[in-house]
Write a protein that binds this ligand. Structure first.
Ligand code: TXA
Ligand code: MG
Length: 352
């Protein structure tokens, strides 16, 4: 069924919408092709949001459940006005501070976009802060629906090669613009109720949001098991590596001891153990571990976020069959990192 020849373009970060390659990509998108491109969070798989045939190809290529609505990407405020019936005060404040950037806002929809993008009365919209993404959207001259460009259930792509390994032969093209920045997806927020609610933690932190609009809640379903999440996509398992994975949470010294104890135990059983930690602890992990990946440190987890999906893919490549990851405090970018790690681990947490 999938016999598409996937084109590959290398595009420089300093492009604008008049670059000939970008104009070609924009044309192809407008005419209904599905093409992956970099954003400041992760690679997105784009299609013309007004064209149902194009949007259907996104769901088919990813193997994505059809009840999981897509984020619409825009490059100007005029485009926003064409898509939504109303823009409230809080959304205006958030857009002024965080757009372009990794914040997706839920708006009441005018119903102009394909009903395959969202069958809800609302539409999720963001303006990405990436020169290539913005240039492509401007060149396309239409709003672009774009979920993360991975096979459904796999870690999101932060490099063009991740997209290639998941989707080549299934999509029309991939724009290689190097590594993405944040490494975790945008924060999704709904400000329509009395209290603003984060539906998915991401690149913009709750602390940054609260500086602008006051108290912000986190969708209870993201914290307690058993509740139904408000963002349909959050109910699915995600980012899952092939290996069994556990998070180890607790006081620093105990966490290291416990990781090393399990590394030795599992290695003796003949398993290939991978450890995901920070630079602070890298040198203290037992040498019996098959692979240790370490990014960032206690005071700055930004590099950890930027590399976490790549790390999960590296473990798969090395046929790691047991992963231990250090857990982090759920503040700042730590909230988004922990949300993704918990999903990758299928909720397996070891408290020490
Ligand atoms: O950083 C990102 O947001 C990336 C890049 C490519 O822009 N995109 C992305 O899209 O992560 P996706 O489709 O993987 O995630 C969209 C999330 C899902 O959890 C979905 O359920 C939620 O947004 N969502 C979309 N429309 C919604 C709506 N109308 N109401 C509530 N949640 C919605
Ligand atoms: Mg995704």
């Amino acid at each position: 069924m999938f016999t598409t020849k996937t084109k590959l373009w290398y595009v420089d970060k300093n492009v604008d919408e008049y670059n000939p390659t970008v104009m070609e990509i924009g044309d192809r998108l407008r005419k209904g092709e599905v093409i992956a491109f970099p954003t400041e969070t992760v690679y997105g798989l784009g299609a013309n949001a007004l064209d149902s045939n194009a949007v259907r190809k996104i769901f088919e290529a990813k193997g994505r459940p059809s009840d999981n609505p897509l984020i619409v990407h825009i490059a100007s405020f005029e485009q926003l006005n064409e898509l939504v019936t109303h823009i409230d005060e809080k959304s205006k404040q958030l857009m002024a501070r965080f757009w372009p950037g990794p914040l997706t806002i839920i708006f009441p929809s005018k119903g102009k976009i394909s009903e395959l993008v969202t069958s809800l009365p609302t539409v999720a919209i963001r303006m990405p802060d990436h020169p290539i993404a913005l240039a492509i959207i401007r060149a396309a001259q239409v709003p672009i629906a774009a979920p993360s460009a991975n096979r459904s259930g796999k870690p999101s792509p932060t490099k063009a090669e991740h997209v290639w390994s998941d989707l080549h032969g299934r999509i029309d093209g991939i724009v290689d613009g190097g590594n993405t920045g944040y490494g975790v997806e945008s924060t999704v927020i709904d400000v329509s109720g009395d209290e603003p609610v984060i539906l998915r933690p991401g690149g913009v932190t709750i602390e940054q949001l609260e500086e602008v609009i006051g108290e912000v809640e986190i969708d209870p379903a993201l914290v307690h098991k058993g509740e139904k999440p408000k963002a349909p996509g959050m109910k699915y398992t995600h980012y899952a590596p092939d290996a069994e994975m556990w998070l180890v949470q607790g006081e620093e010294e105990k966490v290291i001891q416990e990781i090393n104890r399990i590394v030795k135990e599992k290695s003796l059983e003949g398993r290939r153990v991978g450890v995901l930690t920070t630079k602070d602890h890298q040198d203290r992990i037992s040498e019996t571990a098959y692979k240790v990946l370490a990014y960032g440190n206690k005071d700055d987890l930004t590099p950890f976020a930027a590399n976490v999906y790549d790390a999960l893919r590296q473990f798969d490549k090395d046929k790691i069959d047991f992963i231990l990851a250090e857990a982090f405090p759920e503040t700042g970018i730590g909230l988004a990192i922990m949300n993704r790690l918990k999903k990758a681990a299928g909720g397996n947490i070891l408290k020490v």
